[in-house]
Write a protein that binds this ligand. Structure first.
Ligand code: ADP
Length: 396
């Protein structure tokens, strides 16, 4: 069985071709600058050198045709024909609450997804374009949509409701949905396997440029930090995370920003970038902090403090915590932030082994808690593409 996983962004398409017999990646790559001058495809067959093909890609259909050509190319291809691909799994941002799991996409599902564009205007049009392009260029191959929100569908109403008039929740579907679902699902599942225990109260912290957390009880999500959109929750690379909504009116009055400029400000100009005033990249900010830059240090402190607060609140929500999982580019690679986040959490049974914490690189699952720690602390490299491939396989 071979499954192609696609992640279509507004000007990019990333792909991985999986052999599901042994869960290995046969090839991966991506098209960049779709719709712009200078578009190119990078293709990496496993175990061979990568190739870069520069060619005009006016739209996603052309890009996906190029991916197919790369996969079947005589020299750097990995399959003889696209007939070998059993299905395509697409990463889709928002289910809008209409799907509580992955779906095989037909016309009706496309219609529902289009209705939900307003819930994810930056990502949904590209996600849908990717599916439509595949339906056109490989009409007989099943297309499956795997939603970033789906893992969070098990949250109870007290967790997903906002305390606004109920009629607006009903009318407009305004509620917390949560994102990074494939990652939280993958790492909480891996943690259960690693600890050989399916009855766990787990907190998963996905700390990358986008960052979110989830409270997971016995494999089911009961709360998560992102909301109607990915803006809520943690301090992120460029997003503010939680903020008093009244700040918006105050700042708009002071600066003359309109509402959409305000949202760009909170989504693209805030977070680590906003506080440090020079970079959204955690490495840059940490280097500057280490060299004495006060704003960079404050940004890192705020980042860690917010994660710590969420750990505490999720432990309270779940009535305890058995396992804390770190994943995502920042948490997988950086021991300093893991130390800073967990410092002082011994009262929750979280005791870090500093040598193990320092050693964990994110290349494999590592336990970084002390042998006797009541709460196990793990670093687990996430693999969102593999989850999408597995969900796709399950559906077909
Ligand atoms: P996303 O998928 O959300 O774009 P990633 O999960 O790839 O993000 O994480 C990107 C972040 O990880 C960046 O802020 C980057 O600086 C950080 N990062 C990567 N490697 C390291 C490292 N060795 N130490 C600290 N941060 C790192």
């Amino acid at each position: 069985m071979k499954i192609l996983v696609l992640n279509a962004g507004s000007s990019s398409v990333k792909y991985q071709l999986f052999n599901m017999d042994d869960n290995t990646v046969i090839a991966k790559g991506g098209c960049e600058r779709i719709g712009f001058d200078g578009s190119f495809l990078t293709h990496k067959p496993t175990g061979k050198d990568s190739v870069t093909i520069t060619k005009s890609m006016p739209d996603h259909k052309v890009a996906i045709k190029m991916v197919m050509d790369a996969l079947t190319d005589k020299n750097h291809g990995v399959i003889a024909s696209m007939k070998e691909v059993n299905a395509v799994g697409h990463r889709v941002l928002h289910s809008g609450g209409d799907f509580d799991g992955s779906v095989l996409v037909g016309d009706n599902e496309l219609k529902i997804m289009k209705k939900n564009i307003e819930l994810g205007p930056l990502h949904m049009p590209a996600n849908i374009m990717g599916i439509e392009a595949c339906m056109e260029v490989m009409p007989n191959v099943p297309q499956v949509a795997v939603f970033d929100t789906a893992f969070h569908a098990t949250m109870p109403p007290k967790a997903y409701m906002y305390a606004i008039p109920y009629s607006d929740y009903k009318k407009y579907k305004v509620r917390k949905y949560g994102f990074h679902g494939t990652s939280h699902k993958f790492v909480s599942g891996e943690a259960a396997k690693f600890l050989n225990n399916n009855n766990l109260k787990t907190v998963t912290a996905h700390l990358g440029n986008g960052a979110s957390m989830a409270a997971v009880v016995n494999g089911k999500c009961v709360d998560t930090s992102m909301g109607l959109t990915p803006l809520e929750g943690l301090v992120m690379g460029t997003r503010s995370g939680d903020i008093d909504p009244a700040c918006c009116e105050f700042l708009m009055n002071k600066t003359g920003m309109n509402i959409s400029e305000m949202l760009t400000y909170l989504n693209k100009k805030s977070g680590l970038l906003g506080v440090s005033e020079f970079s959204n990249d955690f490495r840059d900010v940490l280097n500057a902090a280490n060299q004495g830059n006060e704003k960079a240090k404050l940004a890192i402190d705020m980042f860690a403090y917010r994660v710590k607060k969420y750990i505490g609140s999720y432990a309270a929500a779940m009535g305890g915590i058995d396992c804390l999982v770190f994943t995502g580019g920042i948490a997988e690679h950086n021991s300093f932030i893991r130390e800073q986040i967990t410092e002082g959490l011994e009262f929750l049974g979280i005791e870090i082994d500093h040598v193990l914490c320092e050693k964990a690189t994110g290349s494999q699952i590592s336990e970084i808690s002390k042998a006797g720690s009541k709460c196990k602390v793990l670093v687990i490299p996430t693999n969102e593409e593999l989850v999408i491939a597995r969900e796709t396989l399950d559906l077909i």
